[in-house]
Design a protein around this ligand. Structure first.
Ligand code: NAD
Ligand code: DAU
Length: 357
């Protein structure tokens, strides 16, 4: 069995679906089901005996210890986190709870379990920690992309909490020999992406006739990776990664936010044209994110060189699939837009999230 934490979130649910489509090992999804956790993402696994779910907080050491003892996993893939930068600016406490204390607690439970394994199982066990490129801070226009040796310089409460968790993982390998692997990935997009993040927010706001909020001048650059490519990279690192190492994962797709939003509008103009005008008419420039990182870019050559991984989707193919997925899954969209989601839009965007038509 493999443990997956945060498997009801965006990347975790894609990971579980992809994994179970390609092999038969059992998976236990440990998820607290915060606002970002959506078991409906995994509805296609109902009745699949390989899939197991427990609602639990990763910071609940007693519960996690009991799960380790009961299921004896050969690996844990740790996705669970508070993941939204804007929320970390409004209320950082939850980020410390889950990303720092939760990861610490999980490491302690894993270490106790791993220490008691026989030597063969001990050597085979893996703790794979899923992290982000944001720990490296921000780049100037001509800086080389982040490599695995770029010094950490996190700028938001979110990235600082992820950086802290990366350091703990590193220390547990260095000090106790826990067989850890860490991945630092760029911005993901694709199916099941919670619509607080730029790409799904813009698709759904566009279809609703609402403002498409661009922070600042919209010239901030992110490196976009289709989520199934990220999941494939994690499977490679789990299977063949060198214990104690870090692997950067990226799509070689640097795009300015405004260009991403223009692309989304153009695809929607073709696939679901408005009665009058273009979706671009809904673009609205709003107040910038405090401390907004200007540019991220990932050098993913180590992963390609050592483990043979390369992204399969270009931005053009991935973004077209993503828009199509949202158009084809109106029920998923209805289910995800609960009262809590609407409250977030009101808190964060206020009047800027109002309808434009
Ligand atoms: P997400 O916010 O969509 O999902 C997070 C999941 O973790 C949810 O299901 C939530 O219920 C669960 N969770 C939160 N707190 C928990 C707790 N205390 N105990 C148990 N479960 C808890 O996040 P995501 O976008 O899928 O990101 C997954 C991981 O990948 C995170 O660690 C994130 O830092 C990292 N990452 C994300 C991206 C991206 O672009 N989304 C890029 C690089 C790295
Ligand atoms: O780089 C990896 C990170 O990517 C992950 O670690 C995070 O978990 C994930 O949320 C993502 O962080 P970002 O802050 O880059 O993603 P977000 O979708 O929130 O924003 C993408 C860019 O778009 C960013 O420059 C801010 C901008 N933006 C975002 C929103 C929500 C806007 O201009 N308007 C918006 O309304």
């Amino acid at each position: 069995m493999i443990f997956v934490t945060g498997g009801a979130g965006f990347i975790g649910s894609n990971f579980i679906l992809d994994l179970l489509a390609s092999q038969d090992e059992h998976v236990l999804n440990i998820d607290k089901l915060t606002y970002a956790g959506n078991p409906y993402n995994l509805a296609s696994l109902d009745g699949d005996e390989r899939y197991h779910f427990v609602q639990a907080d990763i910071a609940d050491r007693e519960k996690i210890t009991q799960l380790f003892e009961q299921h004896q996993p050969r690996a844990i893939i740790h996705f669970a986190a508070e993941s939204h930068v804007d929320r970390s600016i409004h209320s950082p406490g939850e980020f410390i709870h889950t990303n720092v204390n939760g990861t610490f607690s999980l490491l302690e439970a894993a270490r106790a379990y791993w220490s008691a394994l026989d030597s063969e199982k001990k050597a085979a066990f893996r703790f794979l920690h899923v992290s982000t490129d944001e720990v490296y801070g921000t780049l100037g226009p001509n800086d080389p992309p982040f490599s695995e040796t770029t010094p950490y310089a996190p700028n938001s409460p979110y990235s600082a909490s992820k950086a802290a968790s990366d350091h703990l993982v590193r220390a547990y390998h260095h000090t106790y020999g826990l067989p850890t692997l860490t991945t630092n990935c760029s911005n993901n997009y694709g199916p099941y992406h919670f619509p607080e993040k730029l790409i799904p927010l813009v698709i759904l706001n566009a279809l609703d006739g609402k403002a498409l909020p661009i922070y600042g001048d919209g010239q901030q650059i992110r490196d976009w990776l289709f989520v199934s490519d990220h999941c494939a990279a994690i499977r490679q690192v789990l299977a063949r990664g060198k214990v104690g190492e870090t692997y950067n994962i990226g799509g070689w797709n640097e795009k300015a936010n405004l260009d991403v939003v223009h692309t989304l509008c153009d695809i929607l103009d073709q696939q679901k044209p408005k009665a009058v005008g273009s979706y671009r008419d809904q673009i609205t420039f709003v107040q910038d994110r405090p401390g907004h990182d200007r540019r991220y870019a990932i050098d993913a050559r180590k992963l390609e060189r050592e483990l043979g991984w390369k992204p399969t989707e270009t931005f053009e193919t991935g973004i077209a699939k993503t828009v199509r997925w949202y158009l084809d899954h109106p029920q998923w969209v209805i289910n995800i837009r609960t009262g809590g989601y609407l409250k977030w839009l009101e808190l964060h965007y206020g009047g800027d999230a109002e309808e434009t038509t």
